[in-house]
Write a protein that binds this ligand. Structure first.
Ligand SMILES: NC(=O)c1ccc[n+]([C@@H]2O[C@H](COP(=O)([O-])OP(=O)(O)OC[C@H]3O[C@@H](n4cnc5c(N)ncnc54)[C@H](OP(=O)(O)O)[C@@H]3O)[C@@H](O)[C@H]2O)c1
Length: 315
């Protein structure tokens, strides 16, 4: 019901054109849809990254590329390399100060715009109705794009209601294919949904082996909001890359700790966006679709949960 309302609310011509263009891009790329995420199983190419269907009907890759700290020339190179390797979801934010670099990387990659799924985020200082619209346009200009696939409220601070209203309008005008939030706790989501006419499609939150967010996962599923993991590798904190529990599981499957973690996110139905500045790591992080963690592995990883943020300085 909700989904239908949202599609009807969009600028229909844009929506149809973009959906058709995206579908065509998907065909060329061979984007598949995910069995684990509950969609159909029409995978068309072994190299393609599967997609999930968001609550407004648009497709989002289950694995993407994070760009925090990838600025200037480094950002251009990494984004171009990641796209060259097969990443299609690129995650940036105004506060990262790298939207121009991300845009440069996209351009350098030579990929068709329709094949990508680009996310940016509204920073706290830009919250408010007019300021959100202005910040959104600035993001587009810096990225060199004329629409975003996903635009998120970065943190639940400032004038959230006014920002959401502006984002709903941009969505209905066809300038954003999906709108969502980041770092929202249950009560903050509930408050937003009390006035929203469009349910957020995504909540991007800290999620990794040491902060598994099981409660949030259940809650988001209940609302039909897709969970997206930021710092899916915990940025290597708490000894993630040398953790013996993850390593033992990895030995069983001939995979490393990063791959075990990313596969674990995937099997939990969570979109993840690992970042890397090294091409070899980018490639490793894509190689998670040729093995399966068994029930015992999943249980063992569940036991690593410390149920507390590993980024207290960002609270
Ligand atoms: N919404 C929010 O508030 C929020 C907050 C934080 C992050 N994010 C988003 O989430 C993305 C991911 O999070 P993150 O960047 O904080 O951290 P992350 O992806 O968890 O970890 C990145 C670190 O892991 C290393 N790494 C990556 N792959 C590896 C591999 N296969 N083997 C060994 N080391 C590996 C990278 O080093 P190398 O470069 O050496 O590979 C880098 O130091 C960000 O880039 C950003 O887009 C959003």
């Amino acid at each position: 019901m909700k989904r239908r309302k949202q599609s009807e609310g969009m600028n229909r011509r844009d929506f149809i054109q973009r959906s058709a263009a995206f579908a065509a891009g998907s065909m060329v790329m061979g984007v598949g849809t995910s069995k684990l995420f509950g969609a159909s199983t029409s995978r068309r190419s072994a190299l393609a990254i599967e997609t999930i269907t968001l609550n407004n009907g648009i497709e989002m890759p289950v694995l993407g590329f994070g760009t925090l700290y990838l600025n200037d020339e480094l950002g251009v190179r990494c984004v171009a390399e990641a796209i060259g390797l097969g990443y299609r979801l690129i995650d940036t934010a105004t506060i990262y100060g790298n939207e121009e670099s991300v845009g440069g990387g996209i351009k350098k990659s030579g990929i068709n715009r329709e094949e990508l799924f680009v996310t940016s985020k509204l920073w706290v200082d830009d919250s408010g109705y007019d300021t959100t619209k202005k910040a959104f346009q600035t993001s587009l200009d810096k990225l060199g794009l004329d629409y975003l696939d996903l635009y998120l409220i970065h943190r639940p601070r400032g004038e959230v209601q006014a920002s959401w209203k502006a984002m709903e309008e941009l969505y209905k005008e066809g300038k954003i294919r999906a709108i969502g939030v980041s770092n929202f706790e249950a009560h903050q989501l509930e408050e937003l949904m009390s006035y929203a006419t469009i349910t957020p499609a995504v909540n991007q939150i800290e999620t990794h082996a040491f902060f598994q967010q099981e409660k949030a996962k259940v809650n988001l599923k209940k609302y039909g909001i897709q969970q997206e993991a930021w710092s899916p590798l915990a940025q290597g904190r708490n000894g993630h890359f040398t953790n013996e529990t993850l390593a033992a599981i990895g030995r069983k499957h001939n995979k490393n700790n990063a791959q075990v973690s990313l596969r674990w996110h995937y099997q939990r139905g969570i979109v993840s966006i690992p970042r890397s500045s090294q091409k070899a790591h980018m490639q490793e992080n894509l190689n998670i679709f040729d093995f399966k963690l068994d029930e015992a592995d999943m249980q063992t990883i569940a036991s690593l949960d410390l149920n507390i943020t590993q980024f207290p300085e960002w609270e």
